[in-house]
Design a protein around this ligand. Structure first.
Ligand SMILES: Nc1ncnc2c1ncn2[C@@H]1O[C@H](COP(=O)(O)OP(=O)(O)OP(=O)(O)O)[C@@H](O)[C@H]1O
Length: 554
């Protein structure tokens, strides 16, 4: 919450202006009605015409000031809110991006609710949590001091009414009625709805769509009920506020009339005082919802912090020159909440220009090893050096600038073939792009459309587009994870050839399940249960007659 206040305070000029405009608007609303009361009372006494004229002029003045200050208040306070929400978004995404891999641990529906709904929820923080109490406080102080001129009893009555409407009602209601669980239900609903739509085809194929739809509809009903309860609570709070305001005004009339009767108050001011008490509580109305919005804000902040608190600080050093070597010593990695390590005391030395193949049974930790090299995850223990510098001290951006990657699942954005390739090198000419498309055996035009996630491309086309992207980036370190698994044998062979030709001067670390042509690699590392159990050239491993031979013979 303190962080949010600091973000709002970055725009302090507008914040102070909004508070000033809000206070003027609240006070002139009270003054407008008070002046009307005075005018009515004075007019009944038939004063000279110029008195009526002056009072009417003041009435006009208050009316115009009220409208102008109200407009200014709305305009400036919304401007503060929009700036604030853009700062919140920027900060949130800044914290989120360096740990994009952590997002895999969240369900996509939940993530969507947090990124959109929770961030949006924070827009109420200034308008409905911070701002109304300040305005109400200033208006109440002035009105109570002003009413002291007429009678301390009237001031006391107003003070009691204000304390009841602004503190007792909202906070007693807030404490007595626990909040319903609509936020949690909304989260569950979004998760289930997203999964339902993503997995609709599989649900139909497995005859599960009806039961899932029923589950969805039950959750929807529960969410609707909770929201209804929350709205009821808001309305009850409003109602109590209005009742107390009316009761206070009624008491003011009663006490005012009594004081007038006993000669302690000039009857001329009775209407003025009653109208003041009727209007001053307008500033108390938004206070009824302050605890509710404060609670929503806190929930949203907690949920956003849950993601961003996992953020680990990135290194700051920049890699100079090419990557000469990468050394891993006794590196272990545990995924959060995993029962066993994905990598266990693994050591490997990668020299510039080497071509290394990583093979091993599914789940033995090959992809995890690549993720460590890409700085997508941080080792749990052990040491990793890049050119003698600890990888943790090097900035991720600097590491990415030195590597071209082709992973098992590559993302493509909605756009064109060209726009998806320019991501790798935004200065590439059309000729260069056409060349890499040819090398990748992808028969597509530059302006051919690509749907989100490459929805209009076959599995093999996606792999070839990813390969073209790798070739276009052309960095010194290539990290490749099972590159051509979706292609026919013929094309796979051609593309492996191209890869070896193009990577002649590069360092290549490739995970592969294909055991053909492994003799083209300088070294083959065989992994088993998170460890490298054999590592050497094809000939060396054949001579060893170990696991590698077993795998080849299977
Ligand atoms: N996000 C994750 N959270 C928890 N455990 C994970 C996560 N990702 C992978 N694992 C586990 O870590 C181990 C190593 O996974 P990894 O993906 O590195 O294996 P792999 O050798 O690349 O497998 P494959 O050949 O099937 O792609 C596996 O047991 C896997 O279940």
């Amino acid at each position: 919450m303190q962080e949010l206040v600091a973000m709002i305070w970055q725009d302090k000029k507008d914040v102070l202006l909004a508070l000033l405009a809000g206070t003027i608007s609240g006070l002139t609303a009270v003054a407008l009605f008070a002046q009307s009361g005075l005018l009515i009372s004075k007019a009944a006494l038939m004063p000279p015409f110029y008195i009526i004229l002056i009072l009417t002029a003041f009435l006009k003045l208050f009316g115009v000031t009220k409208s102008a200050s109200k407009y200014a208040e709305r305009y400036i306070s919304h401007r503060v809110t929009f700036k604030f929400i853009s700062i919140v978004r920027m900060n949130f995404f800044k914290k989120l991006l360096p740990q994009a891999h952590v997002l895999n641990n969240y369900k996509s529906g939940d993530l969507l609710t947090r990124i959109t709904g929770d961030v949006e929820q924070l827009q109420n923080f200034f308008l409905r949590v911070l701002y109304p109490p300040f305005i109400a406080f200033f208006v109440f102080i002035v009105v109570i001091l002003f009413s002291l001129f007429f009678s301390p009893w009237i001031s006391l009555l107003l003070l009691i009414g204000i304390v009841l409407t602004s503190i007792v009602v909202p906070y007693i209601l807030f404490r007595r009625r626990p909040y319903s669980t609509s936020t949690l239900e909304k989260k569950e609903l979004t998760i289930l709805a997203t999964e339902y739509f993503y997995g609709y085809r599989d649900l139909i194929l497995h005859h599960q769509n009806e039961s899932k739809a029923e589950e969805l509809s039950a959750l929807y009903k529960a969410y609707g009920n909770s929201r209804r309860k929350e709205l009821d609570q808001e309305q009850t709070s409003y109602l109590w506020n209005q009742l107390i305001a009316l009761f206070t005004s009624f008491s003011v009339v009663f006490v005012g009339a009594y004081l007038t009767a006993v000669g302690q108050l000039d009857g001329l001011y009775l209407a003025l005082i009653v109208l003041i008490s009727l209007t001053v509580f307008e500033s108390a109305v938004p206070l009824a919802l302050v605890p509710i919005f404060a609670r929503h804000t806190k929930n949203a902040v907690d949920r956003l912090e849950e993601i961003t608190s996992k953020n680990e600080s990135d290194g700051t050093l920049h890699l100079k020159g090419v990557i000469q070597n990468i050394q891993l010593h006794d590196v272990s990695y545990w995924y959060p909440s995993a029962a066993r390590p994905a990598l266990e005391q693994l050591s490997l030395n990668i020299q510039a220009g080497e071509k290394i193949a990583i093979i091993g049974p599914s789940g033995c930790g090959k992809t995890t090893l690549l993720q460590l090299l890409m700085k997508e995850i941080k080792r749990t223990s052990g040491e990793i050096y890049v050119n003698t510098t600890d990888i943790n001290a090097i900035s991720s951006q600097s590491m990415y600038a030195h590597m071209s990657t082709m992973l098992q699942h590559n993302h493509f954005f909605s756009g064109t073939i060209k726009s998806n390739l320019l991501m790798a090198n935004d200065e590439a000419s059309d000729e260069a792009i056409q060349k890499v498309l040819q090398k990748a055996q992808l028969n597509k035009n530059l302006e051919d459309p690509v749907f989100e996630k490459g929805g209009n491309l076959s599995g093999g086309e996606k792999q070839r587009l990813a390969f073209a992207r790798l070739l276009l980036k052309d960095s010194d370190l290539w990290i490749v994870d099972e590159p051509f698994t979706s292609l026919d044998v013929q094309t796979e062979k051609i593309l492996f050839n191209t890869l070896h030709e193009e990577a002649a001067n590069k360092t290549v670390v490739m995970v592969t399940h294909s055991l053909a042509d492994l003799d083209r690699f300088d070294r083959i590392c065989v992994m088993l249960r998170g460890q490298i159990v054999e590592c050497g050239s094809h000939q060396q491993l054949l001579a060893k007659k170990g696991l590698y031979c077993e795998m080849l013979n299977q």
